[in-house]
Design a protein around this ligand. Structure first.
Ligand code: ADP
Length: 172
């Protein structure tokens, strides 16, 4: 039965906000995959100290892409965006990363939506000059992370719970 003392311990897809169990959804888009940037992007997250808890390569269905970008349904670029993500010319690489403040920090690592406005050092600045081909997606809030992880990795067992042996050093 429900124990009020444990009510806040309920673990969601995005972990617990503001703790080292926080998780976010990251996706290398087809342009990033085609250009061979998957390793570079994974490397940046690993080196920063984040933990990979799920990864898969796939061509998303139209339904999945439309759900993922549901908030942008009324925007003029929506159809083109969905066509591009689902084209199959290259797959996407979908991932879940975990660690302290990962939602906000990954947005900082990714940079502004328009790569021409992204600051040097960010992924979009380093690898892109087009808003429509900006290499990578990252959840922009806890609620988005919750929704997106559930959408892409919602089945039991999709997320691997593990602790690197040096986790205590990274999180000290
Ligand atoms: P972000 O990916 O930084 O969270 P948004 O959620 O606003 O940005 O937009 C989602 C994606 O839609 C962007 O990453 C980009 O690929 C595409 N997009 C946004 N604005 C435009 C635009 N003006 N023209 C073409 N594509 C766009």
């Amino acid at each position: 039965q429900a124990n009020p003392l444990h009510a806040e311990e309920t673990v969601s897809f995005a972990g617990r906000k503001g703790t080292e169990s926080e998780r976010t959804f990251i996706m290398v888009k087809p342009d990033g995959v085609t250009r061979g940037l998957v390793g570079e992007i994974i490397s940046r997250f690993e080196k920063r100290g984040y933990k990979l808890v799920a990864i898969k390569s796939l061509v998303p269905s139209r339904q999945l892409a439309e759900q993922h970008y549901g908030d942008l349904r009324t925007r003029p670029f929506f159809k083109g965006l969905v066509n591009y993500i689902t084209s199959g010319k290259a797959p996407v690489v979908a991932m879940v990363w975990e660690g302290r403040d990962v939602i906000r920090q990954s947005r900082a690592m990714i940079g502004a939506t328009n790569p021409l406005e992204a600051v040097p050092g960010t992924i979009r600045h380093a690898f892109s000059i087009s808003i429509g081909r900006n290499v990578i997606h990252g959840s922009d809030s806890f609620d988005s992370a919750e929704k997106e992880i559930g959408l892409w990795f919602g089945k039991p067992g999709d997320l691997v719970s593990w602790e690197p042996v040096n986790w205590n050093w990274i999180m000290a």
